[in-house]
Design a protein around this ligand. Sequence first.
Ligand code: CU
Length: 184
Amino acid sequence: MKVKLNSLFPRSCAAAAVVALSLLSTQSIAHEYKVGDIEVVHPYAPPTPPGAGMAAGYVEIINHGDEDDRLISGKVYFAHEMQVHQTEVVDDVSRMRQVEGGLLIPAGTTVKLEPLGTHIMFTDLAEPLVEAGRHSATLTFEKAGDVEVEFSIEHPNSDSMQEMHGDDMEMGEEGSKMKGMKHH
Ligand SMILES: [Cu+2]
């Protein structure tokens, strides 16, 4: 005998169960935060090997407003500084430099910080980033203000990505340069 869901649960109850299930399945892979018109989606950082001095971080930032905003700074307890870096590849050499004056989040757009592109750089790590961990951070936007987020420690979705940021890194006055290495 066929039993209909609707005969077992009141209609609203069945609907609520479906909603709860779909929330559960997305919650494990995504987490997001809002402050003013700014939405911060799924901040994460790949795990680091023991002794690593730096780590990269990635996030998607959506500006729902009609005014430009900027990510001007950030604070984490597990690293000395949080910077925003831009990556350029010239003749197979990957270089990165700090974004001056904050990262522009234009009105009505989504800015993605992702491997091989613009990224967050945590400098002077106080501890290695261990897979499945969660680390709180404060991001400061010029207009929207402060928002507390958590970076989840996980690998990027693509398994073609290699470890980033080795030791042979030169810090120059105009920024940092990376030579001949994969960088994401
Ligand atoms: Cu970098």
